[in-house]
Write a protein that binds this ligand. Structure first.
Ligand code: NDP
Ligand code: GDR
Length: 337
């Protein structure tokens, strides 16, 4: 089996590459040109002879269609996106081109050059915006009400997936994934921002530093609630959707919703600090023009049809993220011998 992954250098792209290589796939990872090396997350696969890189940009139909035509894949995963919600308010046009036109370029390339390839689109819980079903969950049937340029672009792509499935007979599916994090999460997302700060603070204390002089952790809305899962569990769900006989859309979530405040409490508690509030400053800069206040996914359809369930509890994920950040600090500041 041969898979093409757009967005291979990202958090999910790196885990999905490892997962598919383990399953015996040939993986073609597509990445746009960067001025400096951005393959840090891929160090586990770069030497694998079954893994190859191709240069391409999802906003450029010519490069996308060339890749699909030349490689003739069995499966195509579109994970490429400008994925930061707050950034999308500052860069709405770039976000639209990448997150709405990008998937269209990939779908159209599949339709024209590899009609039998299966297509996966990275849809998102952000599409629900303010809508919650009366029982307090969001699921495949919940109405979409996007609240950001990012979510609006993702809704457009989500509908395109349905259209290519129904009108053109393409095996096209969307995974509506709720937030998922990991040791490889980008540092501007709140989970990693917190774990990285906590690791640096712990390091400072271990070195005998004074807690009062350490720069505070500056955050926005602590009351926002998210359904946080672990990225390696979620890439398995992507693959499972692609093994179905018929294409369909699935919510992937843990079913547990926690606030940013809960996440903070958990992270600080791991380094034995309970009075964490004194280290955190609320900075209006990190508030959003429009905020999605509450996300809580019902992944029962994925459980029943795919047999997928999340494996890693939030507390375990937070621990792994902090441990990894501490390890990175120790490697970059080795104790002189
Ligand atoms: P990341 O931001 O870590 O990765 C995004 C990837 O897209 C990077 O490899 C980036 O490349 C690539 N990319 C951006 N623009 C282009 C472009 N024009 N052409 C080609 N590649 C491009 O995101 P995640 O791994 O966290 O998420 C993967 C997908 O899942 C995204 O589409 C995201 O919107 C979606 N999603 C994520 C969730 C999450 O909680 N993580 C939840 C729901 C959906 P580069 O290295 O060059 O920047
Ligand atoms: P989100 O993730 O917007 O849900 O999108 P993010 O971690 O950025 O925000 C989560 C919540 O935390 C609040 N918050 C802060 N967020 C950031 N980034 N920085 C802060 O300092 C801060 N303080 C509080 C936010 O307001 C928000 O409520 C992620 C991305 O991966 C998307 O690509 C994906 O589609 C969705 O998850 C599901």
């Amino acid at each position: 089996m041969k898979a093409v992954i757009f967005g291979v250098t990202g958090q999910d792209g790196s885990y999905l590459s490892e997962f598919l290589l383990e399953k015996g796939y040939k993986v073609i990872g597509v990445s746009r040109r960067a001025s400096t090396d951005n393959t840090e997350r891929l160090k586990g696969v770069l030497d694998n002879p079954q893994f190859t890189f191709m240069e391409g940009d999802v906003t450029d139909y010519i490069s996308v269609s060339r890749i699909i035509n030349d490689t003739q894949p069995d499966e195509v995963y579109n994970l490429a996106a400008q994925s930061h919600v707050q950034t999308s308010f500052n860069e709405p046009i770039h976000t639209w081109r990448t997150d709405a036109e990008g998937p269209l370029n990939v779908l159209e390339s599949v339709r024209r050059h590899a009609h039998n390839a299966k297509f996966y689109q990275a849809s998102t819980s952000e599409m629900y915006g303010k809508t919650v079903d009366p029982d307090g969950y969001q699921r495949e049937t919940t109405a979409l009400s996007p609240q950001s340029p990012y979510a609006i672009a993702k809704v457009a792509a989500h509908h395109k997936v349905g259209l290519y499935r129904d009108a053109y007979g393409i095996f096209a599916c969307s995974g509506i994934l709720f937030n998922h994090e990991s040791e490889r999460r980008g540092e501007k997302f709140v989970s990693r921002k917190i774990t990285k700060w906590v690791a640096e603070f712990k390091n400072h204390l271990n070195d005998g530093g004074d807690d009062a002089v350490f720069p505070k952790l500056r955050l926005g809305n602590l009351d926002a609630a998210r359904d946080w899962g672990y990225a390696p569990d979620y890439v398995e769900a992507m693959w499972m959707m692609m093994q179905e006989e018929k294409p369909d859309d699935f919510v992937i979530a843990t079913g547990i919703s926690r606030t940013v405040r809960d996440f903070l409490r958990m992270a600080f508690s791991y380094i034995d600090i309970e009075d964490w509030e004194k280290y955190v400053v609320i900075d209006p800069k990190f508030y959003r023009d429009a905020e999605v206040k509450f996300l809580h996914g019902d992944a029962n359809k994925a459980k029943e049809k795919l047999g997928w369930t999340p494996k890693t509890p939030l507390s375990e994920m937070v621990k792994r993220m902090i441990d990894a950040d501490i390890k990175t600090l120790q490697c970059s500041n080795p104790i002189p011998s």
